[in-house]
Design a protein around this ligand. Structure first.
Ligand code: ADP
Length: 244
């Protein structure tokens, strides 16, 4: 696997009323439990995209994070999102109607599995539960039979999610964070209309409850069009490799 040298990645943050970027995880004043889990994961300092994006999400602002694969984008939104959930002392839902607070939408099974694994690193010893919803039968994920067990964070592939959304399997009325991962890939796969469906199915951003985050390695016109409709006063965080 190709490993990026994080010291050779630049950071640009644009938007209005920008929150201060962080230089270390401790500076972000994260919950002690989360700091401990970051340590267990072996992450000593934030990557450039994390330095920019963590404070944006902690400030409850909408975000576009645009950087190459491997630059730490997934961790950049998972850490602040988990911190906000932990601070709210969320307990898992135990009713028969399940209402996830975080929905992370990915283009492929492989990426969804990877995000879920990353998410589980931060839920250790917490009340939070991350579940995986994809079409890969070899991984144990969320099923109609175990939905009653309760969860907070849903990591799903767009293809699988859209079918079940139509069947009324999910209630997204309590979604606080809606995150589209590799949005460029999701659009290229022809799921543009399903993005709209998921966004419209979720808590309305006007209520001031839901924040939306778009993660991508490119910033195409299609993404800009979606951002114009579904993001509110967003901040754009981008990082690129610096050549010697
Ligand atoms: P992206 O979403 O941009 O592809 P990831 O968030 O998946 O990047 O991170 C890429 C790799 O770098 C993963 O193996 C992850 O565990 C690791 N990683 C992420 N953040 C850090 C960090 N702050 N320090 C060290 N490694 C990190």
């Amino acid at each position: 696997r190709y490993v990026l040298n994080f010291d050779k990645i630049s950071l640009q943050v644009t938007g209005i009323n920008l929150p201060q970027c962080i230089k270390s995880f401790t500076e972000a004043e994260l919950c002690p439990l989360l700091l401990e889990n970051i340590k267990i994961a072996g992450y000593e300092k934030p990557t450039p995209i994390q330095k920019g994006a963590i404070s944006v999400i902690l400030a409850k602002r909408d975000l576009i994070a645009c950087a190459v694969t491997g630059s730490g984008k997934t961790v950049a939104y998972l850490v602040p999102v988990m911190n906000i959930l932990l601070e709210q002392c969320v307990t898992p839902y135990r009713g028969t109607v399940q209402k996830p607070e975080v929905v992370i939408v990915a283009p492929t099974n492989e990426l969804a599995i990877q995000i879920h694994r990353e998410s589980c690193k931060f839920t250790i010893n917490s009340e939070l539960k991350s579940v995986l919803f994809c079409s890969d039968a070899s991984v144990t994920g969320l099923q109609p039979s175990n939905i009653q067990a309760g969860y907070n964070i849903l990591v799903a592939t767009i293809g699988h999610l859209k079918d079940f959304l139509d069947q009324g399997f999910f209630d997204f009325s309590c979604v606080k964070f809606l995150i589209f991962e590799k949005l460029d890939e999701i659009i290229n796969m022809g799921f543009g209309l399903d993005i709209k469906k998921i966004a419209e199915h979720s808590t309305m951003p006007q209520k001031g409850v839901r924040r939306t985050c778009m993660v991508s390695s490119t910033f195409s016109e299609a993404i800009q069009a979606l951002a114009a409709v579904y993001l509110d006063d967003h901040i754009f965080v981008t990082s690129s490799i610096v050549c010697d």
